[in-house]
Design a protein. Structure first.
Length: 135
């Protein structure tokens, strides 16, 4: 689970980094030559980063998420080398819960945007909605 969470975070960061670097390197000539291509390319990188990050906070059972990390730690409380089960339950789990909640609050606006991008979560929005930047 930790490896998978790390991979998801890494992919999200990777896409965001590519988008930022690409945006900085594009010149007026690039934009003039292929405006639509670069617009969609940048948008695709940022959307991929958005999807990766917000996916980590999904609450659906069975998804690879930070919520699952908390339940995994709880179920394996007796297997920690440097903490006894009571310490895991009384110290580590509250700490993990607090960190996840802080991250959830930071990502809340992004998650709302992600949920609206998925048709089944926002059937009232169309592809021409202004937030999507699709001409």
């Amino acid at each position: 689970l930790l490896d998978r969470l790390g991979t998801e975070i890494s992919f999200g960061h990777h896409y965001a980094s590519i988008g930022v670097i690409l945006e900085k390197k594009l010149t007026a000539r690039h934009w003039e030559t292929a405006f639509e291509f670069w617009s969609y390319t940048l948008q695709a990188h940022f959307i991929a980063a958005l999807l990766g990050l917000t996916r980590l906070l999904d609450k659906k059972h069975g998804t690879v998420s930070l919520n699952r990390l908390q339940s995994e730690v709880k179920s394996k409380a007796g297997q920690f080398a440097e903490m006894n089960p009571a310490e895991v339950r009384n110290q580590l789990l509250p700490y993990i819960g607090k960190e996840i909640e802080e991250l959830r609050m930071m990502v809340k606006p992004l998650k709302k945007q992600r949920d609206q991008m998925l048709a089944h979560n926002a059937p009232e929005l169309t592809l021409s909605h202004r937030d999507w930047n699709i001409p």
